[in-house]
Design a protein. Structure first.
Length: 218
């Protein structure tokens, strides 16, 4: 089935499904709230297994409510074409490239995106993994543009887990959701490897924090 047709079906299901989801909380540090209010000038990073979970959040909360124009980075893989078309159904025009090396074309498009005041979204362990292993692309872009990285993640109290490399989770009907944002992370021009590791640890801490929160609520 063609990606455009599939994307309309997926978008319909996501909207219908998310209508039943109750967002319990969205935790945003004060420093991050300050840059969100500016509407741009930062980069978002979330794990690959959050794509379906955060698509609706980005569309409804960031774009419609907060008036922040987001631009996801989507790979040139076959799956990437389906993801690209699905994002379009939610009003998000993506940039094609890789989160590991990016490619000159992808990097140039992202630099233009940031200059235009849009916010790029990276899934830094995609498109093929390993799971929760951060690739350098997002850190390189942050260094080049001198804008901070904000990590975000979510969890549901009840969910299905796919048998994919990223163990993608999809909420069950009427599930509860928690979303958390990190403080802005500024990457200096040097010590790239240290910041790749630091960013990965921050994103893993979000996973652990949300899992603990989920268990406390059960």
């Amino acid at each position: 089935m063609k990606p455009k047709i599939v994307s309309h079906i997926v978008a319909f299901i996501l909207r219908l499904w998310n209508w039943t989801i109750r967002v319990k909380s969205i935790e945003i540090p004060e420093e991050t709230e300050n840059i969100l209010q500016k509407g741009g000038g930062f980069i978002l990073a979330g794990w690959h297994n959050q794509i379906l979970s955060l698509t609706y959040h980005c569309s409804v909360y960031l774009q419609k409510k907060r008036k922040i124009k987001v631009t996801p980075l989507v790979s040139y893989s076959k799956d990437g074409e389906y993801i690209y078309e699905t994002f379009l159904r939610f009003g998000m025009e993506s940039v094609r490239g890789s989160s590991s090396k990016g490619g000159a074309g992808g990097f140039r498009a992202l630099l233009k995106t940031i200059k235009e005041g849009r916010v790029p979204i990276f899934t830094p362990d995609g498109p093929r993994g390993p799971l929760y292993k951060l690739q350098p692309g997002v850190v390189q872009i942050a260094q080049m543009t001198k804008v901070p990285i904000v990590c975000f993640n979510s969890i549901y109290d009840r969910y299905y887990e796919f048998k994919s490399w990223d163990k993608h989770r999809f909420p069950k009907l009427f599930a509860k959701q928690w979303i958390v944002y990190s403080k802005p992370i500024y990457v200096p021009q040097e010590q790239e490897r240290d910041y790749i590791q630091e960013l990965e640890e921050i994103m893993l801490e979000q996973v652990e924090y949300l899992e603990k929160k989920r268990l406390e609520e059960m």
